[in-house]
Design a binder for this molecule. Structure first.
Ligand code: GTR
Length: 327
């Protein structure tokens, strides 16, 4: 009886608490992510929400809709531009055809390493690219990590550049990646992320390319047993806000949002490093064949026409040169 009473009291108290917490949020920002709960990008935006709620005395909250609940990346970008979604964590890739400057950081082999990418994106070049979102009704808030991306497929180990020939590989929906695959001798299939698993399983495509955490969390490793660490792309990820939602905030609240986003970055990087390791362990334990010994030179050399086709203005050429010159 006592136990029941205590439990009932605790239950009532927690319901009251939840009610209070919800009522206290004057502004709830809806945030989209294609990844599942627990993934570093999802957790980073939740962390940002906790900071924001705390610093605004409970007035501003974030609700993260993970697992593509609000749609696939390209559609959610449009919804964010129209103010239907407030915040969106997306790879730079799907922005390429909209925000020209994002093309530069999506070029294959543009970054020498993840550390190089951090040094570029944490500096003035990163700030310039964040600012380039605004004319497209988006506010660039912060960059997250996406590691480096490599090829996986269901057919055979890719051990050399020549092994790419004839493979049907899914790419993110951006012309750069289509041209990249063609220049590598494979056949590119641009598809939304959520369609990749079944497309490999049914043989519509042979494989795709991604980092360890995405390869693992999407389950793609269950249907694509060969992973070649050629690391052709290091594409930063970005957290953007709808300009409509942004304009609805006071200048003080805008500053709170921007700062909370920035403060989530080091936390994200720590979670990313841990998840990369855990995902690699899981994929290896599942018996996926990992090919590490691959000559990257022919892949790099094949990208010359891709750069020529996509780096078309003085602004983009200047960005490429400054990225390459960054130590
Ligand atoms: C992941 C990235 C996602 C999405 C996905 C894809 O690495 O975090 O935002 O772009 O790749 O390949 O579509």
């Amino acid at each position: 009886m006592t136990i029941t009473k205590t439990l009932t009291a605790a239950l009532l108290a927690s319901v009251a608490f939840v009610g209070q917490a919800a009522a206290a949020c004057e502004i709830t920002l809806r945030s989209s992510d294609t990844h599942p709960d627990g993934y570093p990008t999802v957790e980073a935006v939740k962390h940002m929400g906790a900071l924001l709620q705390d610093r605004s005395d409970g007035r501003i909250c974030i609700e993260v809709f993970h697992s593509a609940q609000l749609g696939e990346e390209r559609d959610t970008i449009e919804q964010t531009r129209f103010g239907v979604i407030d915040l969106n964590r997306v790879s730079m890739g799907p922005f390429n055809n909209l925000v020209e400057q994002t093309k530069v950081v999506s070029l294959p082999f543009i970054f020498r390493s993840v550390d190089h990418m951090h040094r570029v994106m944490d500096g003035p070049i990163g700030d310039e690219i964040l600012a380039a979102f605004e004319p497209h009704d988006l506010i660039g808030l912060a960059y997250f990590d996406g590691g480096s991306r490599s090829f996986y497929n269901s057919q055979r180990p890719i051990e050399s550049f020549e092994d790419m020939a004839g493979l049907k590989i899914r790419v993110m929906q951006s012309d750069i990646f289509v041209d990249m695959m063609t220049a590598m001798g494979a056949s590119a299939t641009p598809l939304p992320y959520g369609e990749v698993y079944s497309s490999i399983q049914t043989g519509v495509i042979d494989g795709a390319e991604n980092n360890w955490p995405s390869f693992e969390s999407s389950g793609h490793y269950e249907v694509a047993g060969y992973y070649t660490l050629n690391e052709h792309l290091i594409v930063p990820e970005v957290l953007v806000m709808s300009k409509q939602s942004w304009d609805g905030l006071s200048a003080d609240d805008q500053a709170l949002v921007r700062q909370a986003a920035r403060d989530s970055v080091p936390v994200m990087r720590e979670m990313w490093a841990a998840r990369e390791k855990a995902s690699e362990d899981q994929v290896r334990a599942a018996g996926v064949q990992i090919i590490t010994d691959i000559d990257k030179t022919p892949f790099i050399e094949a990208m010359v026409p891709v750069y020529e086709k996509h780096v078309t203005s003085d602004e983009l050429r200047d960005l490429v040169m400054r990225i390459q010159a960054t130590e």
